[in-house]
Design a protein around this ligand. Sequence first.
Ligand code: PLP
Length: 394
Amino acid sequence: MNEYAEITQMLSKGTVVQGLDFNNPLVFPFFPATAFRKRSLTEAMDASISPFSYIRINNPNREALAEVVNYLEQGEKSLIFSAGMGAISTTLFALLEPGDEIICNRNIYGETHRIMSVILKKFRISTNFVNFDDIQNIRDAITPKTKLIYSEVCSNPVLHVADVPEIAKIAHQNNCLLMIDNTFTTPIAIKPFTLGADIVINSLTKYMNGHSDVIGGSITTSAELMKQIEAYCIRMGTSGDPYASFTMLKNFGTMHLRVRTQMANAAKLAKALEENQLVKKVNHPSLKSYPQHELAMKLFEHPERISGMLSFELSGDIKKVDEFMSRLSFVSYAGTLGGIHTTLMHPVSTSHKEVPVAEREAMGITSSLMRISTGIEDADDLIAEFNYALEVLA
Ligand SMILES: Cc1ncc(COP(=O)(O)O)c(C=O)c1O
């Protein structure tokens, strides 16, 4: 089927899983069963005859979803987890040993920062947080103990862009693994595995599911690394819930349409906010003023196909921000992202609340920074909504 476009091929994936005959329903059925019957001990002992056993170990809904994720990310193997954080923590526990070091982009999601700076530290795995905007900082931070380099493609919430192919070269020259979080960008915009990343994580809760109704995460990697990761996932109990996988597979059908609209809306809104005198600063890599615009243009096909996320700095105190928010009609404040509805969030009081202030400020996260996750609304309505609400700052 190679002659068809990605969207066309993707819709034919995740319809069959080995060992189950469903009489061809048009959509993949839901399997809540915690276990599958075995007709004989021979069948129980031979996974090639009957691959499904117990819900924590394997499940048809997770497998069907993993096939689609794997197709989109172009990896060797993908696995579905309970959450993006489940995918990240399980993978780091599976691949690292006490005494190992991580080099992590200092511009990173707050909870990922906490996993490394607090939880892994307890197990004598240390993390050096450096600024990946200058990749020389990565070379300088490498030690003989460095085992893994970690970054988001576009960081939460300031959208710093990581030069994935160049970072992959540094990782491999130094026998390190490169793990990349593609949550903000999705495989619709970029496929880090094809650019040299060894492990790709997605919080499926966000753009890929897109409907703000279930939680899940994925890891895409080589078959060899997946053996280790899967063994930890089974024992740590971080496998994805079947209902979430069932729901996500349905919602994946519209992923191209949704995500492309969201990314185009973000670029259009970023441009409009930049033109608004009442906004101090706008962060979106599509903007020519964005410090890493050129790098973004090297990595992404089009300025309107980078990320549905943007952030901006408001002038004024909290009271003014409250007034600004009270003037919004269809845009809601919510502590998530990637859904079809545009949402707004204040990183200092939510996602990055626990990151020490100095580190937060070094990331560019100030108390006047607001993060926007653009939905699929009409772009002109969205621009008018923000411009109207911003008038309170005049
Ligand atoms: C960039 C990024 N990675 C990972 C996660 C974690 O995902 P989840 O909430 O599905 O655990 C998030 C959550 O916001 C995120 O923004």
